[in-house]
Design a protein around this ligand. Structure first.
Ligand code: HEC
Length: 300
């Protein structure tokens, strides 16, 4: 009898502790997540999807897109950047000498003189000119102030860094929990046979492009290994009035394997339109408290 109670207690503690770890803990951390504020703006994040785009997530899920695509941008760090924007009354060569003298005399700046001098080597006055990029913000603040004092305009920016961010159009910052607030279920994915799609709405915002790519990926990327999702489209005889939704395929001299037979048009089904609406709703372009960066439009 005594051991029976011990076994029960041990099982209770083991199951209870894992319930706390796997269910209660995450719920406590993320269960009450709400929209957050976009930095330096009154906008809220994330933006609620349209009805079509919300349904599109289910089409994405049903077609197994997450088997080949991820929706998560990784970041390894952040860098502070300082760029020259306007030289005021100065000439490039004089300014170079002035900056060199600051780097040689101001103790806090001495450590960075090689980095800044390297960036300025061969500079003939083209603007904007990036003069420092690195983890430390001393240069950005101090050198920025010293240059401002002599009438030179600079711009300080925080940029996210990492292999994903370095890829053109993949995103400007890491993905964070709140990005997925309106996704149910979340389509993180764990294999990148195709590009990450967390920012595809910024990279390719055109619905017709998205539909054409789904209908015939090879008509856009000749060597694409993405399957064509033809069953999301119908090939119809053009009636008295052509369908307003019909795909606008690029005009080619020679009809190819993607062109419909003469007198026919390719019309996306409701699912295809929902999926395209979902894809263009995927964006990763708002600076947040937990993932800050300086947007280009905020340049002063
Ligand atoms: C077998 C793997 C595979 C599956 C499944 C797949 N894709 Fe792809 N996808 C790729 C590959 C590879 C590319 C890159 C070549 C290209 O652009 O066509 C790609 C490219 C894309 C692009 C263009 C990305 C860019 O950066 O230009 C989009 C959008 C896309 N896929 C959406 C989808 C959607 C939506 C689905 C589900 C209906 C899907 N994919 C299913 C492999 C796949």
């Amino acid at each position: 009898m005594k051991t029976g109670f011990c076994v029960f207690l041990a099982a209770f503690v083991a199951l209870g502790a894992s319930w706390f770890g796997f269910v209660y803990g995450p719920l406590k951390q993320l269960g009450v997540a709400t929209e957050t504020k976009v930095l330096q703006s009154d906008d809220k994040w994330p933006v609620q999807r349209t009805g079509d785009a919300t349904l599109g997530l289910q089409v994405y899920r049903a077609n197994g897109c997450a088997a080949c695509h991820t929706e998560q941008i990784r970041q390894t760090g952040a860098a502070n950047e300082l760029s020259l924007m306007n030289l005021g009354v100065h000439q490039a060569t004089d300014l170079k000498d002035f900056i060199a003298s600051l780097l040689g005399t101001v103790p806090e700046l001495m450590n960075f003189s090689n980095a800044v001098a390297g960036n300025l080597a061969g500079w003939k006055g083209e603007l904007p000119k990036l003069i420092y990029s690195g983890a430390d913000d001393t240069v950005v603040l101090l050198l920025g102030d010293k240059l401002k004092a002599v009438g030179v305009k600079t711009e300080a920016r925080v940029v996210a860094t990492g292999a994903d961010i370095a890829r053109m159009g993949w995103g400007v910052r890491q993905s964070v929990a709140v990005d997925y607030l309106y996704d149910s279920p979340v389509q993180l994915g764990n294999l990148r046979a195709g590009p990450d799609l967390a920012n595809i709405g910024v990279r390719s915002p055109d619905l017709n492009w998205q539909l054409q790519h789904l209908y015939a990926p090879k008509s856009i990327t000749p060597n694409s290994t993405m399957p064509a999702f033809r069953y999301l489209f119908t090939v119809k005889k053009i009636g008295a009035i052509p369908s307003p939704d019909a795909l606008k395929l690029p005009l080619t001299q020679q009809p190819n394997e993607f062109t419909p037979p003469p007198g026919y048009e390719i019309v996306p089904t409701a699912e295809a339109k929902q999926l395209a609406a979902y894809l263009v709703s995927l964006k990763n372009n708002a600076p947040l408290y937990e993932a800050p960066f300086t947007p280009i439009t905020a340049a002063k």
